[in-house]
Design a protein around this ligand. Structure first.
Ligand code: HEC
Length: 473
């Protein structure tokens, strides 16, 4: 076996290709949690309107549904496929590993998703035009379909972090993969917080309609949303504690040692702000203001959802899926149930440049002329999933991590002892032949001596006999 099934590599300098997914995914999470939370809150409010005979609540529901349609569903439906497109180019093997496990689970998710999207339109356009009881049934079907999409996706997301138990590697069973150790706490935590997210938008919409609604109806709506919001936060915190207790050992190390305070602190702050906002609204519904509720909703994105998603992605490292595919797409362990073999021994013996079919011919055999370029190619292939390997800004930049190391031998010593023989839990083992590690060292020493920043381009020295002939006049 001389070639392993790698795909072309997409290198995004400075921020890293993973950031492209991260930003699309964070927007998607915001939109989806808003709409899933809202689907249940609105079904509940509609039931209340029906039982207590308060038809004006439907005016509010209609406004909220329109907001969902125009904002959540448009941004959600654009970013959903966006995650697919970006993940497919950023990490084709990661997504492939997931598809090979979860293809039917995903198919089921799409069925629920189509039901959800169809129903949000039907609900909006039939409100007030069909009898209340039928509309209520549709509203609850919408709520169940919306939550079902979350029920399914969370199984895949938590499997990415860890199958949670050794069993799956030998059974390969879809249920062992799906109902992994942190599935339920993860699902329940998201389910709780989504009420706080949807409730905050709900308060913004209620504030906009304050003048149009009878005081009692307005107060009723605001109080209901606030109670759900407060409950969401309290339960969310409880389920978060449970979630943390189910994390694998390496994730605990990463949470403590690698995740900076500037990611953790905003989350705690925004939880307090949202909670205080709900308490205020519950006690004094008239005090709710659009200019307060809406910015809080926006802050939930920047201080809550974005850092939370980033942390979740980081504690998954060094893996991208199921504790057998590293972020750099190398298969790192055997999965007997799937007939998957670790690629590490082959790569260590033959070299990563040799077995990757997309490495240019001129870089496969390392010599004094192509050594630095070969080293750069290795850095891009093995390290760029988590580092800016050509600069000193952005994602854990090499320019900073290796600052001062201009001697290739010193870099080599560091790489072999620290990354190959005894790698920290958040990084994959450095793989490849000794010659390749020397080339990587030469490249790193070179980029540091150039001030920590070089072009991201791979240039293949033209040294073949053919090429020499061509240049001769
Ligand atoms: C799966 C992600 C990932 C990959 C792939 C990865 N690293 Fe890292 N690396 C990290 C994380 C996380 C840190 C922790 C420090 C931080 O967050 O700034 C780190 C830190 C480092 C450090 C600083 C020492 C330390 O432990 O804090 C060096 C040097 C380094 N990496 C080199 C490399 C090299 C060389 C490669 C490629 C062979 C590589 N890394 C691949 C995630 C990764």
């Amino acid at each position: 076996m001389d070639v392993l099934g790698f795909y072309p590599m997409w290198y995004v300098p400075v921020v890293g290709s993973g950031f492209v997914i991260a930003i699309i995914a964070a927007i998607h999470v915001m939109a989806s949690h808003t709409s899933v939370g809202a689907s249940i809150l609105l079904a509940y409010l509609a039931t209340k309107a029906y039982r207590e005979n308060q038809p004006q609540i439907y005016d509010y529901i209609k406004k909220y549904l329109l907001g969902l349609l125009v904002f959540s569903y448009v941004s959600g439906s654009i970013t959903g496929p966006g995650i697919w497109f970006s993940a497919t180019v950023v990490n084709p093997r990661g997504i492939s590993a997931l598809i090979h496990n979860f293809v039917w689970v995903w198919a089921a998710e799409w069925v629920w998703f189509i039901a959800e999207v169809t129903l949000v339109y039907i609900l909006f356009y039939t409100l007030g035009k069909i009898d209340q009881k039928s509309w209520l049934r549709l509203a609850w079907t919408f709520a169940i379909s919306s939550w079902a999409t979350m029920y399914i996706i969370v199984g895949i997301l938590s499997f990415m972090l860890s199958p949670g138990h050794e069993k799956w590697f030998t059974t390969g069973s879809i249920l062992d993969a799906f109902y992994n150790k942190n599935y339920f706490p993860h699902l329940l935590e998201r389910t709780s917080y989504m009420f706080a997210i949807a409730g905050t938008v709900g308060l913004a919409i209620a504030a906009l309609m304050k003048k149009d609604l009878p005081e009692k109806v307005y107060k009723d709506i605001v109080k209901t949303l606030s109670y759900w919001g407060i409950g969401g936060i309290v339960f969310g915190l409880m389920f978060f504690a449970w979630y943390v207790s189910t994390l694998p050992e390496r994730s605990h190390v990463i949470l403590e040692k690698v995740i900076p305070l500037y990611l953790k602190l905003p989350i705690m702050l925004i939880i307090l702000v949202v909670l205080a906002h709900f308490v205020l609204a519950a006690v004094r519904p008239q005090a709710v203001r659009f200019w307060m509720a809406y910015p809080i909703y926006a802050l939930i994105f920047f201080m809550g959802v974005y850092p939370e998603e980033k942390i979740r992605e980081t504690i998954r490292k060094p893996y991208v899926a199921g504790e057998f595919v590293w972020v750099n797409q190398i298969i790192s362990r055997d999965v007997p149930a799937k007939g998957i073999k670790s690629e590490v021994p082959v790569i260590d013996q033959k070299g990563l440049l040799t077995v990757n079919p997309f490495v240019p011919e001129g870089l496969k055999k390392i010599n004094s002329q192509n050594e630095i370029m070969a080293g750069k190619a290795i850095a891009i292939l093995q390290c760029s999933g988590c580092h800016n390997v050509t600069g000193s800004t952005g994602l854990r930049p090499f320019g900073q991590k290796f600052a001062g190391m201009t001697d290739p031998n010193a870099v080599y010593g560091f790489l072999t002892s620290y990354l190959r023989d005894n790698h920290p839990p958040y990084m994959p083992k450095l793989v490849g032949t000794d010659e390749e590690i020397k080339a990587l060292s030469a490249y790193i020493a070179h980029m540091i001596s150039k001030g920590g920043s070089v072009s991201a381009k791979i240039e293949v020295p033209n040294t073949s006999a053919e090429a020499k002939k061509e240049v001769q006049p």
